[in-house]
Ligand binder design. Structure first.
Ligand SMILES: Cc1ncc(C[n+]2csc(CCOP(=O)(O)OP(=O)(O)O)c2C)c(N)n1
Ligand code: SF4
Ligand SMILES: [Mg+2]
Length: 271
């Protein structure tokens, strides 16, 4: 019996790019997180945010855009827990954008896996912060007239401790990135996963991504902020995937005086 698999069947469309993310995460959790008491999955609202329902672990499913403040609270109450947020591009970069900015700034030891399908999937296809210029929807009938939000570039300029991008159509790559994120110990980790929504995004399809994603060269140095920013800003049709940036900061929990004597939950009521 798979330890990570919950009994519920995912309420996602057949062919959705969310499936490979769920399956790969379940596989890694089965291999490396057999002690589930220490694992908490946190999400907000959306198709991506349903992922914790399908994993056997501690779960907190909160409000739209509010996964990160909950995850931050959990991590600060007991920093021995592994806290993973699964979220969509709308949930994390739109409604939760303010929390995204400040969780990275604080460098809280939380891992954020963002299923970036460049659309609001759950509410049936409105534009999201990462939708491309000109993207037409039932609401944006003349096409989106704003530039897409660039989460990778923002995370890099905030010196995020780990910034990675992957594609749900490349399971081998996704597996390597998820493992890197879960093994990361020095603070906030962002994994933006390009995740085709087969029902409401007919522009950024599996084929569209497959024609563009390109794994970073092995010689690439993720410690170089300027090079990382150039990758993030991009200057062509290619979409580089891999570990794009590693900041040098240590996790916030190491500096917080209140945590010096161990997790708050274990010291509650002690002087
Ligand atoms: C405060 C609030 N505003 C709006 C909504 C409606 N809503 C639910 S999910 C969602 C967007 C989800 O998009 P995304 O985070 O990209 O997830 P996806 O479904 O694409 O995986 C919206 C606008 C809500 N539930 N709560
Ligand atoms: S609407 Fe899109 S994101 Fe949601 S389950 Fe269907 S294909 Fe996946
Ligand atoms: Mg989305």
């Amino acid at each position: 019996m798979k330890l990570a698999k919950a009994d519920k069947h995912p309420a996602w469309c057949p062919g959705c790019g969310n499936y490979p993310i769920l399956e790969t995460l379940q596989e890694i959790l089965d291999e490396e997180f057999t002690e589930r008491n220490n694992l908490v999955l946190v999400s907000g609202i959306g198709q991506a945010a349903k992922l914790p329902h399908y994993v056997k672990a501690n779960v907190f499913n909160g409000l739209h855009g509010r996964a990160l403040p909950v995850a931050t609270g959990i991590k600060l109450a007991n920093h021995e827990l592994e806290v993973i947020v699964t979220s969509g591009d709308g949930d994390m970069y739109g409604e939760g954008g303010n929390h995204f900015v400040h969780a990275i700034r604080r460098n809280i030891g939380v891992k954020a896996i963002v299923h970036d399908n460049q659309v609001y999937g759950l509410t049936k296809g409105q534009a999201s912060p990462t939708s491309v210029w000109g993207f037409e929807t039932g609401i944006q009938i003349h096409g989106v007239k704003t530039l897409p939000f660039n989460p990778i570039a923002l995370a890099i300029i905030e010196d995020c401790s780990l910034v990675a991008r992957s594609f749900s159509g490349n399971k081998e790559h996704l597996r390597a990135m998820l493992k890197a994120v879960l093994e990361h110990k020095d603070g906030f980790a962002l994994l933006d996963v390009l995740q085709p929504c087969v029902s409401f995004n007919h522009v950024n399809t599996f084929k569209w991504y497959k024609d563009r994603v390109k794994p970073l060269d092995e010689s690439y140095d993720p410690g170089d902020l300027t090079a990382a920013l150039q990758i993030a800003l991009g200057d062509g049709d290619e979409i580089p995937i891999g570990i794009i940036y590693r900041g040098k900061r240590k996790s916030y929990e190491l500096y917080a005086e209140a945590l010096e004597n161990g997790p708050l939950v274990k010291n509650y009521g002690k002087k």
